[in-house]
Unconditional design. Structure first.
Length: 100
């Protein structure tokens, strides 16, 4: 069984998702999918980042083409200071599993 993390970061004006633990071929397939649908994405060294909502990413990863299922979900709210202004960022974290 393999596991990956989907982390949604949501602030007042922006929502992004980071996906950690994806195998190489899955990253390539996801990157092609998002680019075909004109959604910004970037393959970083430590994670795959995409500018869309977490539910959209979960639906794609849960489709028959990828076969992942949600195992756990958690949520936290962080307060950070940017330019002297406090900003709250909501983090939704899902652990997805797949039987190899």
């Amino acid at each position: 069984m393999s596991y990956i993390l989907v982390i949604e970061l949501e602030s007042t004006g922006e929502t992004t998702c980071n996906i950690k633990g994806l195998p190489g071929p899955v990253v390539s397939n996801l990157e092609n999918y998002f680019k075909a649908h004109n959604i910004n994405c970037k393959n970083e060294r430590i994670c795959f980042e995409v500018d869309t909502e977490g539910i959209y990413v979960l639906n794609i990863l849960g489709s028959p083409g990828f076969g992942y299922r949600v195992a756990t979900q958690s949520m936290a709210i962080d307060t950070t200071t940017i330019g002297g202004r406090s900003v709250k960022i909501q983090k939704n974290i899902w652990t997805l599993s797949k039987i190899d």
